[in-house]
Design a protein around this ligand. Structure first.
Ligand SMILES: [Zn+2]
Length: 130
């Protein structure tokens, strides 16, 4: 989709057909493409905690697209529960719609690692009431 920043990343999509994910440099940002699913992930412009990542379908999908959401969520969950992240607390969040603080109209799943005292206040606390 024209003017969609995530679709611009997706133009670099690589499907290696191997057991490995592929890291691609896109304008100085590392975008990782999943080895088996049409999903990519990268650090957002303004990470809310160290390690915050976005998991994004490699094709334009609305936030209510269930199949795309399931694949992106599964990638985020696998990422959260493997390797040196496996013992780290986390939130996995989808913001669907303006009232839910979605800012880019291309489905994305947030993986947010959490640490006690990290100071992050999630949207369901402290939001404006109007
Ligand atoms: Zn898009």
């Amino acid at each position: 989709m024209a003017d969609c920043p995530f679709c611009a990343y997706a133009e670099h999509w690589v499907n290696p057909g191997t057991e490995y994910n592929v890291d691609v440099d896109v304008d100085g940002r590392t975008v990782t493409f999943d080895r088996a699913r049409p999903v990519m992930w990268f650090e957002p412009l303004n990470p809310v905690t160290p390690g915050h990542m976005l998991f994004v379908p490699t094709y334009h999908a609305e936030s209510r697209a269930a199949v795309a959401a399931a694949a992106a969520w599964r990638c985020a969950y696998d990422y959260a529960t493997t390797g040196d992240r496996s013992g780290v607390d986390f939130n996995i969040i989808v913001n669907a719609g303006e009232a839910a603080t979605q800012t880019i109209d291309h489905l994305h799943v947030h993986y947010v690692p959490r640490r006690r005292g990290d100071g992050l206040t999630l949207p369901w606390t402290g939001q404006a009431t109007s």
